[in-house]
Design a protein around this ligand. Structure first.
Ligand code: GTP
Ligand code: MG
Length: 195
């Protein structure tokens, strides 16, 4: 599949404002600043489709993008960002939870994690929660261009090892760089297969 058309549709502050669930939808989630919005732009080949920022906490609403007029990509706010107020963090959490648990057309969730860091508790806990809620997810390692060639394999292997400590089977893992375009074909191929 290729993306011929990618358009911003709407931002929602509550899940009930989201567009009708009348087509397959894929959402991107992960800690603040992990690269969700950048990856959406890279996949769509449009540098300013989703708003990005070097300051964590940029995306604060549920953003829907219509792809090829037939499916949705969704950019979600990051979780676990320490600098926003406790109240705001709670409201992001609630927004994400309500969205994830009730979005009937959500085909798969892409959980983004920074390839430079060891598996973080917040991410592992989030994945555990997805397992409990029965939400299908895959993992995306981001910012691979920031790793030296020698570090890449080691970090990927370490990530898998940590996951296997609590998951019997590894979820699918994509290796990406929004800067270099790495992982785009694999993700689009996956979406094609699932839809
Ligand atoms: P929030 O909306 O705040 O939760 O962040 P986000 O996850 O949407 O991250 P965003 O895409 O805004 O990117 C955060 C920062 O990381 C920006 O400065 C991006 O330029 C940078 N970034 C994202 N992806 C990559 C990547 O693959 N490589 C490099 N080198 N930088 C990246
Ligand atoms: Mg964002």
């Amino acid at each position: 599949m290729d993306i011929k058309k990618a358009e911003f549709l709407t931002s929602s502050s509550v899940p009930t404002q989201c567009p009708d669930p009348d087509r397959p939808e894929y959402a991107f989630i992960g800690r603040s600043n992990v690269g969700k919005s950048s990856l959406i732009n890279m996949i769509c080949n449009k540098s300013a489709l989703a708003k990005t920022s070097s300051t964590p906490g940029k995306t604060q609403l549920i953003n829907h993008f219509t792809i090829n007029d037939t499916w949705y990509l969704v950019d979600l706010p990051g979780y676990g960002y320490a600098k926003v107020s406790k109240t705001q963090r709670k409201s992001f959490k609630l927004l994400i939870e309500n969205y994830l648990r009730h979005r009937s057309n959500l085909m798969c969730l892409f959980v983004l994690v920074d390839s430079r860091h060891k598996p973080q508790n917040a991410d592992l806990e989030f994945m555990r929660q997805m397992g409990e809620w029965g939400i299908p997810f895959v993992i995306v390692l981001t910012k691979l261009d920031k790793l030296k060639a020698s570090e890449k394999e080691i970090n990927i292997a370490n990530y898998k090892k940590a996951l296997l400590e609590e998951w019997e089977e590894l979820p699918q893992i994509f290796v990406t760089s929004a800067k270099k375009g790495e992982g785009r074909d694999e993700i689009l191929h996956f979406i094609d297969q699932v839809s």
